[in-house]
Ligand binder design. Structure first.
Ligand SMILES: [Zn+2]
Ligand SMILES: [Zn+2]
Ligand SMILES: [Zn+2]
Length: 765
């Protein structure tokens, strides 16, 4: 029996070769009708025998195009039409344009094969791509995603490319960045004077890298700085020039096989490494790996990744492995244009391997780790943006500004949040400009005009001032409430939960610096159920930079340790003037707020053990403490959980510090002390959670905050709570650090609007 079916297919179904696949399957099944892109996804109409139509859908669901993701297929039967053939109908551009814009995708195996086939017309062409791979988000100026609105617009397709682009049978049908050596972008190698060098740019760049030189390489979302990863001296030179003394540098390997010689990894990590998102995956380094020690001096891990553009593949075939770190100074935004690269070319890079396809949007590499068998994002950027995150609440569009460090922001529409790429440290002027531009850009992409802006409660954050100047209605969200809410969003929860946040610094409404918080909360509000014990933070930021001061602050604020000989040892590592100043500040409470920060506790213990007196990147003291911790140590120190009936419970670790001081005095191993400190912190968290269950019936615990980037702590806390029967939720989609909080801010703002009956509803978009 002949019938006609109309199906609306939702998911990632545009810009990924979906229509040609539908076309091919329909043709092969001898069905008539059409396929076209629609605002909601893809619409297919099929006419023919019922069993062939069923066969078509079964095949499409079983074998969709490689980069597609089918979320739903809605089918209805309609009256027969009069076509005798199947066609790809022109696109009606309206409504949800973002459906058609996937993230940037790593080069697919078919394109790689062409790149290496001397008989292929794309042999060795570094901008080869197809519908299944290549740049997207980083080349689009505006939507809909069509070539004239991308940075490929200036390149006229040659006849051969045009034929591919127009043929539904071809892998390059409708592939917007389609190009070849005859018509597409061109590579050149330039010296600091801006002169293009003669010869093959890739061969010459490889030669320079082999000779230990630093080469800036234009990638998808910005320039990398590349240097030979096997040799100490060039790596050290790169660090010095880039002003990045010790934070780990990412390493790109030519192949999985080569990577196997340097790092250990299992099937889950292999899948991450090979996925089209192609993140940096943090892996344990093999002893004796042929890599410079200077790559990650504070850990035994390596941030490893594989080539994700044809240019990377061609370069790495000639010289590998390479350090590939963001092309910037310190924490500035990654260089995107030749103009932005100019201050680095010469002072930092000896050459630049660049090209004439403009990067429209900056986008840093994403960074992931596998922790306890689950993905733990450190940075969610290239390959993920602009994939939306679904919220458990919806309402009128909101801009959520995020935090000050590792900033990302998000813009919502309905129940979707579009989380931005990595922006950086907002206190830095170029990063702040990048933030402001990008907020506008995202609102345009989503076609929304938000009327509400959610920001951190901190009055001095640049993002708070930006929010207050925006003219929009503002919602201030407490930092750790946002942390907890961000985990709730990932797990589709609205609460109540016990939100555990262990991190560095967050503004507290009581005039203290929060950072070790247990909030009994839902999305709309929180009660501070418990906190870590207070320590003085002499001079605020200065002590954040100098953990040795934090160690002294911990020792001096407890009469039992204030006169210990360990104090003398710590003092001996500080300049005399600083010692006097810090001691006086603590005594008088001058410019010395109190803090319940877990991050500062890590700092203090790390400095007490002599692991880190001063940091050059955020979290460094904690990283060293984590890596110092010995395996197979079960013991823990004492701690106290106090309730004076007047406020939150206090999880007091001064007994822990006393125990550590005793152990240091008696010459115990630093590795053992560090391990016991981790065990103690986990035990303390567990004790608070049990108390919250007894008093508040809270069975679900969320874990967030930068300290949970430490997979040792994350594992101990998760295992302990799980054995107590708690539902434990941690981050898998956005980072636990402040790069995740925009998501929580947005959810809180939406939940509050709903609670006070202020929901403008879908009509208000
Ligand atoms: Zn491809
Ligand atoms: Zn061409
Ligand atoms: Zn935080």
């Amino acid at each position: 029996m002949t019938k006609r079916v109309r199906a609306t297919i939702r998911g990632r179904v545009q810009g990924v070769g979906f229509r040609p696949t539908v076309y091919r399957y329909a043709k092969e099944a001898g069905l008539a009708g059409f396929v076209r892109n629609a605002p909601a996804g893809v619409v297919v109409e099929l006419e023919g025998p019922a069993e062939r139509i069923e066969g078509f859908f079964a095949r499409l669901e079983k074998a969709p195009p490689p980069q597609a993701r089918i979320d739903s297929v809605e089918r209805e039967e309609i009256p027969p039409g009069d076509e005798t053939d199947f066609q790809i109908a022109p696109t009606a551009h309206s409504g949800d344009l973002l459906v058609g814009l996937p993230p940037d995708l790593a080069t697919c195996p078919d394109c790689l094969a062409e790149l290496r086939d001397p008989a292929d017309r794309r042999f060795g062409y570094p901008f080869t791509n197809c519908t299944n791979c290549g740049p997207r988000f980083t080349i689009v100026r505006s939507l809909p995603y069509d070539r004239p609105r991308t940075s490929m617009a200036p390149f006229q397709m040659c006849e051969a490319c045009r034929a591919e682009y127009e043929s539904p049978e071809d892998r390059r049908f409708d592939a917007q960045p389609n190009a070849c050596a005859a018509c597409g972008p061109r590579l050149r190698l330039v010296d600091p004077a801006g002169h293009a060098l003669d010869g093959d740019p890739i061969e010459e760049a490889a030669e320079a890298l082999r000779a230990g030189r630093i080469v800036a390489v234009k990638g998808l979302g910005g320039f990398h700085l590349a240097v030979d990863a096997t040799s100490e001296e060039p790596v050290a030179r790169l660090r010095e020039r880039k002003r990045r003394p010790s934070k780990a540098l990412a390493v790109m390997f030519a192949s999985l096989e080569e990577l196997r010689g340097s790092c250990r990894f299992g099937p889950e990590e292999e899948a991450m490494l090979l996925s089209p998102r192609r993140p940096i995956v943090v892996l344990p380094r093999r002893p004796g790996a042929p890599l410079a020690a200077g790559i990650s001096p504070d850990t035994r891990d390596v941030g490893a990744f594989l080539p994700y553009t044809p240019l990377h593949a061609l370069l790495l075939e000639k010289v590998s492995p390479l350090v590939m770190t963001s092309g910037n100074l310190a924490e500035e935004p990654i260089a995107r244009t030749d103009e932005e690269l100019a201050p680095l070319l010469g002072p930092v890079a000896d050459f630049a391997l660049t090209h004439d396809r403009e990067i429209v949007r900056r986008c840093d590499d994403s960074v992931m780790k596998l922790a306890g068998g689950r993905p733990l994002p450190y940075r969610r950027s290239r390959g993920w943006v602009p994939d939306a995150v679904r919220l458990p609440v919806d309402g009128a569009p909101v801009i959520a500004c995020g935090g000050e460090m590792k900033n990302t922001f998000c813009v919502t529409r309905g129940d979707r949040a579009l989380v931005s790429q990595h922006i950086g440290e907002l206190s830095d002027l170029p990063a702040f400009r990048f933030f402001a531009e990008n907020v506008r850009d995202f609102c345009a992409l989503l076609q929304v005009e938000p009327r509400v802006v959610a920001h951190d409660l901190h009055p001095d954050y640049v993002s708070t001032r930006w929010a207050l100047d925006s003219g929009l209605r503002t919602v201030a969200v407490q930092h750790h409430h946002a942390h907890a809410a961000s985990v709730m969003v990932e797990h589709g929860l609205t609460g109540p939960v016990l939100g555990v946040s262990l991190d560095g610094t967050g503004y507290g409404p009581d005039g203290t610096v929060w950072g070790g918080e247990f909030l009994a909360c839902d999305l709309a509000g929180y009660e501070r159920f418990a906190r870590l014990g207070h320590y003085p933070l002499p001079g605020g930021e200065e002590t954040v930079r100098r953990p040795v001061r934090m160690a002294l602050a911990c020792l001096l604020s407890d009469p039992e340790t204030a006169r210990d000989e360990v104090v003398e040892a710590v003092l001996g590592r500080m300049p005399a003037a600083e010692r006097r100043v810090v001691a006086r500040m603590i005594e008088r409470g001058f410019r010395t707020p109190l803090t319940s920060s877990a991050g500062r506790l890590f700092d203090a213990v790390s400095a007490l053990l002599g692991l880190c007196d001063e940091i050059d990147y955020e979290g460094q003291a904690a990283v060293r403490l984590q890596w110092a911790a010995a395996d197979g140590v079960d013991g823990a120190y004492e701690f106290a959980l106090e309730d004076d009936g007047s406020g939150p419970l206090v999880l007091d670790f001064s007994p822990t510090i006393r125990g550590i001081v005793r152990d240091i005095r008696s010459g115990a191993e630093a590795g053992r002390i560090a391990a016991m400190f981790h065990n103690t912190l986990a035990a303390g968290v567990r004790a608070v959670c049990l108390e919250a269950r007894a008093r508040k019936n809270l069975e679900t615990v969320t874990l967030s905050g930068g300290c949970f980037q430490n997979e040792r702590l994350l594992g101990l806390v998760t295992d302990g709570l799980a054995s107590d029967g708690f539902e434990v939720c941690s981050h898998e989609r956005v980072p636990p650090n402040d790069a995740g909080i925009c998501l929580g801010q947005a959810a809180v703002a939406l939940a509050l609007a709903r609670k006070i009956g202020d929901n403008v509803g879908p009509g208000g978009r």
